[in-house]
Design a protein around this ligand. Structure first.
Ligand code: C2O
Ligand code: CU
Length: 464
């Protein structure tokens, strides 16, 4: 997709981008969202090469107040990295922080040594040092990037950004916006608030008190009544779940974590757990001059946990009237995974307590003390993921995609390719996965970062 970028924002290799200019009738709903876009420094059409620097920065989140955060290339969220399926992506990363770090490309099927986990593959990127991440964009979808070392602290301080791989063969489906949902904890002076590390906080997971869309509180999204929009959304929060609602409207879900789903489905109030992505079409309707709120409905992340508050995510403002072309056929020929006879691997997400400290684990054993799970390239397994407590957990597997199975062991239709999924309280979710040819040590964990840090994380060795 072509785009026009205009304002150069310093030496960080970042541009602020406007709407496409090729088509005068094109409408940009997201002009107030001001998502910064990374500049492709390689003229080759099939190479996307960007610079990315993690460093302290100061940004305006509360009106008129500067907040000291950690940011990628000076912006929160980090710049949108845009590529096409089939591209070679190259990221020249620099660590301008006083902490060692890595960059993990959440959802991307990268080679193991590009996955940005510190324990194997590329070493930690030390303060002042750099690393070049390089991989092919195998799948078209929205992905995201974040540190995989001190993740709770650094994601909480602002380090996360979107990576969009577009499908060059896909027709235009609507005026497109990328929405990065997150939250941040600020005190009354607008400074980052440090939560206590007590057992309640660790067990519940820390929700930020300020909810953000593309780094802003309640930003404005413009709409033409009757003109379709395509929302590509990622939940980058440390622990917050978002249940979306646009009063009087339903969404057409066309994609999930790994590109389009088998066939579109109508959804009224889609839930997004941390790490998940959604690709939604919406045809907003309203009188010009009026506004409509996109809301996050109250959600409880556990049977004993209080519900979150109802929050306005953004304000949709009708600035005129438009129309939408008819939708093309949006079915995607995906093959269901045949899981008959596959090895079942039990992954219990467990919570306990030792000497007054919350200890979480996989099958009762915290990360660091556990033995890895094993699989072979080409093998199909069923990961039986169980929440053994009254808590809901977002389960994430690195490097591979899975299909959720129903009670009869067959993939749920329409088929979806996922890497992150909710495991509701006291329930079992069966996930079929076939390991493609990228051997190595891969991680899996709960994406409530407090839980991951407290031990709800493990390794899977995929052998050639
Ligand atoms: Cu979003 Cu292990 O990561
Ligand atoms: Cu969890």
């Amino acid at each position: 997709m072509a785009r026009s970028c205009s304002i150069l924002v310093g030496m960080l290799g970042v541009l602020a981008c406007g709407p496409e200019s090729s088509d005068e009738t094109r409408f940009d709903p997201g002009k107030h969202l001001r998502l910064v876009e990374a500049v492709d420094l390689d003229p080759h059409p099939n190479v996307t090469s960007v610079k990315l620097r993690a460093a302290p920065a100061s940004v305006e989140i509360l009106p008129g107040i500067e907040t000291d955060v950690l940011a990628y290339s000076g912006s929160l969220p980090g710049p949108l990295i845009r590529a096409k399926r089939g591209d070679r992506i190259r990221i020249e990363f620099e660590n301008g922080m006083s902490l060692p770090t890595t960059v993990h490309w959440h959802g991307m099927r990268v080679p193991n040594d590009m996955d940005g986990v510190p324990h194997h593959g590329p070493l930690l990127v030390q303060p002042g040092a750099g690393f070049v991440y390089e991989f092919d964009a195998l799948d078209a979808s929205l992905f995201w990037y974040h540190p995989h070392h001190y993740s709770l602290e650094t994601i909480g301080a602002g380090l996360y950004g979107p990576l969009l791989v577009e499908d060059p063969d896909e027709p235009e489906l609507g005026d497109e916006v990328v929405l990065v949902l997150s939250d941040i904890s600020l005190d009354q002076n607008g400074a980052l608030y440090r939560h206590p590390n007590d057992r309640e906080t660790v067990a519940a997971g820390r929700d930020g008190n300020v909810v953000l869309v593309n780094g802003r509180m309640k930003p404005r999204l413009e709409a033409l009544s009757g003109r379709r929009q395509r929302w590509r959304i990622v939940n980058s929060a440390r622990s917050r779940y978002f249940r979306l609602s646009l009063p009087g409207h339903t969404f057409i879900q066309i994609g999930s974590d790994h590109g389009r789903i088998e066939s579109p489905i109508e959804v009224a109030e889609p839930l997004m757990v941390p790490g998940e992505r959604l690709d939604l079409l919406v045809e907003p309707r309203g009188e010009p001059g009026t506004t409509l709120e996109l809301r996050a409905l109250p959600v409880a992340r556990g049977n004993s946990l209080p519900q979150s508050e109802l929050i306005t995510l953004l304000e949709m403002e009708f600035v005129g009237v438009g129309s939408s072309p008819p939708l093309p056929d949006l079915t995607r020929p995906l093959a269901p995974i045949d899981a008959t006879g596959a090895t079942v691997v039990e992954i219990g997400l467990t919570m306990g307590e030792r000497d007054g400290v919350v200890e979480m684990g996989i099958n009762g054993i915290p990360y660091g003390q556990s033995e890895p799970l094993h699989a072979r390239v080409g093998e199909t397994q069923v990961l039986r993921v169980m929440s053994e407590s009254g808590f809901s957990h977002p389960f994430h597997l690195h490097g591979f995609v899975f299909q959720e199975l129903d009670a009869n062991g067959v993939p749920v239709r329409p088929l979806k390719l996922k890497d992150t999924i909710e495991v509701p309280p006291l329930s079992v979710v069966d996930l079929a996965v076939t390991y493609d040819n990228r051997p190595g040590i891969w991680m899996f964990h709960c994406h409530i970062l407090d839980h991951a840090e407290a031990g709800m994380m493990g390794e899977l060795v995929v052998s050639p």
